[in-house]
Ligand binder design. Structure first.
Ligand SMILES: Nc1ncnc2c1ncn2[C@@H]1O[C@H](COP(=O)(O)OP(=O)(O)O)[C@@H](O)[C@H]1O
Ligand SMILES: O=C(OP(=O)(O)O)[C@H](O)COP(=O)(O)O
Length: 403
């Protein structure tokens, strides 16, 4: 049983609230605020009920362009909450603790990107996570911990699993809703189709293994970089540009895993029949038999035959679960795969979508009508494989939860 905000006596309580506001970044600032908007209910409720709120969150991964400070997130949050929100460029230092100590009832401060500290990018058992600098540094100034970061709940990083070991832990409203909706995948109508696109190849392959092994998936459709890895695993020569991209991302070993998966469950895995490349500035589709593409051309989207093939499978589906764009939707020439595939999915009786980039792609393309759009990508997928999420397990305490 997990305690929720209904179980927390908020007034006068200093609450560390872990949210997931990991968002697309442009010129160092926020390019999309959907993930911030998702947490407004939780934060407003805590503040309206007289809580003193210290917001903890990560943004990006070390070394990536979107690994930036949370200053612009705090500004936007202030607009969304319609009240002042302070920001401090420290996470657990003396300055951070002082900023938290200064909070009055109804005040909110955003602490700096948790991943600016190396331990936060490591995975720990909860007891060990509780002994990290972040948790030990902040715990003395907090009375309670609320986890609303469903989208990061598949990570066992200190800010996600360490605090509930040493503080009373509660699920926020986003977390509560996601667990309610995604917690009963076995009960959704069959046949069940998983569409795995996007760029998180290892996570997607883990999911594919799990859902195929457990019999949860009748079909797995691959697209995006995931589809490209499966094409190479199937012996297709995608050319140097796509292969180098996969290698540079550190995903080369995933080709062997994809190949093992095709050997074990090939009849339930659909791989692209054609891809789209950029030629003379335009979209140009190539069937797999016409591959490799010309020098320098990369597979940026799935092609029309693939979309037709996937649409036929979706026509018979009872449930579809999708994560990851089918192509580089950010470029107009390569948005078609994502638009058509996701559009077809809205006609399936139960349609569940996950992923930060996926959600922003759908907003950009104006595709709507899903049964549930999760705030999580990897977390939603993990949940839909019926695997426990470490940050949810860390919140499980019988004694504080009401029935
Ligand atoms: N064929 C492709 N080649 C390169 N990048 C791709 C391709 N298809 C999709 N992508 C990229 O995948 C990214 C999103 O993937 P991912 O982060 O896994 O999605 P989500 O956040 O929804 O889980 C997008 O930036 C998109 O451009
Ligand atoms: O954006 C996130 O995950 P998602 O892209 O799977 O939705 C979460 O913030 C987790 O980020 P991470 O995958 O860098 O640990």
């Amino acid at each position: 049983m997990i305690a929720t905000l209904d179980d927390l006596d908020v007034e006068g309580t200093t609450v560390g609230v872990r949210v997931d506001v990991n968002s697309p970044i442009d010129d160092g600032g926020l390019a999309d605020d959907a993930r911030l908007r998702a947490h407004v209910d939780t934060l407003s409720e805590l503040l309206d009920r007289g809580g003193r709120v210290a917001v903890l969150a990560h943004q990006g991964r070390p070394g990536s362009d979107d690994f930036v400070s949370l200053a612009s997130h705090a500004d936007r949050l202030s607009e969304l909450l319609d009240r002042p929100v302070d920001y401090v460029d420290a996470t657990f230092s003396h300055a951070a603790r002082e900023a938290v100590r200064r909070l009055e009832n109804g005040d909110c401060v955003v602490l700096e990107n948790t991943r600016f500290y190396s331990e936060e990018y490591m995975e720990f058992e909860p007891e060990r996570a509780a002994r990290t600098h972040l948790v030990e540094g902040l715990e003395p100034v907090l009375d309670a911990y609320v986890n609303d970061a469903f989208a990061a709940a598949h990570r066992s990083q200190p800010s996600l699993v360490g605090f509930p070991t040493v503080l009373p832990g509660y699920a926020g409203r986003v977390m509560e809703t996601e667990l309610d909706v995604l917690g009963s995948i076995e009960e959704t109508p069959e046949p069940r189709v998983y569409v795995l696109g996007g760029a998180k190849v290892p996570d997607s392959i883990d999911v594919a293994w799990s859902v195929l092994e457990k019999g949860l998936a009748d079909h797995v459709l691959t697209a995006g970089v995931v589809g490209n890895v499966f094409l190479i695993a199937d012996g297709v020569d995608l050319g140097d540009a796509s292969s180098d991209f996969i290698y540079d991302q550190g995903y080369w070993d995933e080709i062997d895993r994809a190949s093992d998966l095709l050997d074990a469950y090939g009849e339930r895995i659909a791989i692209p029949r054609d891809v789209a490349v950029s030629r003379d500035g335009d979209r140009h589709e190539l069937g797999v038999n016409a591959l490799p593409p010309a020098e320098g051309e990369a597979a940026m989207d799935v092609g029309s035959s693939t979309l037709e093939y996937y649409r036929r499978i979706l026509d018979d589906a009872g449930t579809v679960i999708l994560n990851g764009p089918a192509g580089v939707f950010e470029e107009a020439a390569f948005e078609r795969g994502t638009r058509d595939l996701y559009d077809a999915a809205t006609a399936v009786p139960t349609s569940i979508v996950g992923g930060g980039d996926t959600a922003s792609a759908l907003r950009q393309l104006g595709v709507e009508g899903f049964s549930h759009v999760s705030t999580g990508g990897g977390a939603a997928l993990r949940m839909l494989t019926a695997e426990p999420l470490p940050a949810v397990t860390a919140l499980e305490h019988d004694e504080r939860a009401s029935d």
